[in-house]
Design a protein around this ligand. Structure first.
Ligand SMILES: Nc1ncnc2c1ncn2[C@@H]1O[C@H](COP(=O)(O)OP(=O)(O)OP(=O)(O)O)[C@@H](O)[C@H]1O
Ligand SMILES: [Mg+2]
Length: 251
């Protein structure tokens, strides 16, 4: 379970998030929506303990443990996995090297090298990426869409229990979007992780149906609802749906 209480976050002396509250229970899928610059990615980065984002006040617990006392590695060891809006390129470290090291670190590396390569090969085929990706440097010189699929390769290998998907659907072509959505849904069916989806698009939420939808506005969640709230936004826009009214925009 994830619990964020009264969170206030500062980036270079500017308050971006203020008095933010969110609770995700075991196996729940939550979507976080909001206009550009609202602070959605900031939440994702705070959860992964990015040092640029200073937590001024509030608490975050992940499965009962104080997340704010963890560093990024420890958050990952506790099951969190972020697909960031712009996945970082890591030249000099291959997918295979990183995955083997991480699995060893988690004590989950039960496969010998042949089985490990076979599993990666099978996953590459499923994700429709070349098997040469296994030995390519992480995200390095990959296209935007390839990077997103490469992140899913990591997800399937590392089997996280808390997925944070920050615009995993951006930059994907129509077919890739369906493939990525179906792959995430298959993962959810198999592993029942907690999921936080950040998206601006309808297609992903049509495939991966959220239990709860939250609107981030004015530094905090101003409205929550079921999947129909997302439907309303896709239909009418944030302002059209009276989710963010004219006074908010002018303020
Ligand atoms: N490292 C940073 N340095 C300076 N400003 C930052 C930094 N990170 C975020 N911000 C600012 O914080 C605000 C929130 O940014 P954030 O990336 O969280 O928005 P977002 O809701 O994810 O938007 P989008 O939908 O466009 O991805 C923006 O005004 C952004 O410019
Ligand atoms: Mg963002």
């Amino acid at each position: 379970m994830l619990q964020i209480k009264n969170l206030t976050v500062k980036v270079f002396d500017k308050i971006i998030i203020e008095d933010f509250n969110l609770e995700i229970k075991e196996g729940e899928i939550h979507a976080l929506m909001g206009q550009n610059g609202a602070g959605k990615s900031t939440i994702a980065k705070v959860l992964m303990r990015d040092k640029n984002y200073e937590v001024v006040s509030g608490t975050i617990t992940l499965n009962g443990e104080d997340l704010l006392r963890m560093n990024t590695t420890e958050v990952a060891r506790n099951g969190a996995f972020l697909v960031s809006q712009n996945p970082v390129e890591i030249p000099g470290v291959s997918n295979a090297e990183m995955l083997r090291t991480s699995l060893n670190d988690q004590g989950k590396n039960e496969l010998n090298i042949l089985e490990f390569n076979k599993k990666l090969t099978r996953l590459c085929e499923k994700l429709e990426i070349p098997t040469s990706f296994i030995h390519r440097d992480i995200n390095y010189n990959m296209s935007g869409g390839e990077k997103k699929k490469n992140e899913l390769l990591h997800m399937w290998m590392l089997t996280p229990s808390f997925l944070i998907l920050d615009e995993i659907d951006s930059g994907l072509d129509v077919d890739a979007l369906k493939l990525v959505g179906n792959s995430i849904q298959e993962y959810i069916t198999n592993y029942h992780p907690m999921v936080l989806i950040i998206t601006h698009q309808k297609t992903l939420l049509d495939i991966v149906k959220p239990d709860r939808v939250h609107i981030l506005n004015h530094k905090q969640i101003t409205q929550s609802g079921d999947a129909s709230l997302a439907e309303k936004i896709f239909k009418e826009g944030f302002s059209g749906a009276s989710i963010i009214d004219r006074r908010d925009i002018d303020a």
